[in-house]
Unconditional design. Sequence first.
Length: 259
Amino acid sequence: MPAPTAKKVEADFNTDPAIPLPEPGQDEELLLDAPDLPDDPDMILQRVEDDHSAEMIVDEEDRPRFAPGNDVNVSSSKSDTRRIPISTHRFTPLKNAWVSVYTPLVQHLKLQVRMNPHRRLVELRTSQHTTEDGALQRGEDFIRAFNLGFEVDDAIALLRMDDIYIETFEIKDVRQVMGKDAQSRAIGRIAGKDGKTKFAIENASRTRLSVNDSKISILGNFQSIKLARSSIVSLILGKPPSKVYGNLRTVAARQKERF
């Protein structure tokens, strides 16, 4: 480092006379002499080969441009499996109605079905013949509906229609403080004498009900489930069945006028 008192030497910025300086109009001449670019921007793209001999299109700013992707049929390349557990009290009815259970799964959804009696399971698997993407989920919903207590003819609506759902709730979800006697009376009020109340709710709301101990399941579309659930909740809370029937008739008449 030079001393602070040293004499400052100015740098010589004079250029070497041997190097020619550009003339004022030389830039314009260079632009005029440049090769003409094509009008089509796709002609500017360059093809670059990587180490794996795969072609990738790169534009003038070195940004890759990829071709649109193609749909891949996942069902043909990989088979998925679902295992649905069956309750103890529903396994014997499943054995008796096994032909009616697996026939729509195989013929309509093109699934492979197997019953595992040792583990009390129903196993579903896609195959190369399965064409629908949601076939496995539909089959699982169908088996779960049968396990909840619905008949095969009612549960098969899940396979044929898209707007059919299942809603399940328990009596304690409506009224938490309830003894066993009160709970039994609530179940009796929902079923009615010889099942008349249950059938009346099903016919008015166009749903199917399944009462399994304290668990209640409703099968139908969104509006129908809402109507049936409100009627069942009213019965659990102690509303007279006559008023529930009246509300059902009123709402059912409104729905008919609407549609």
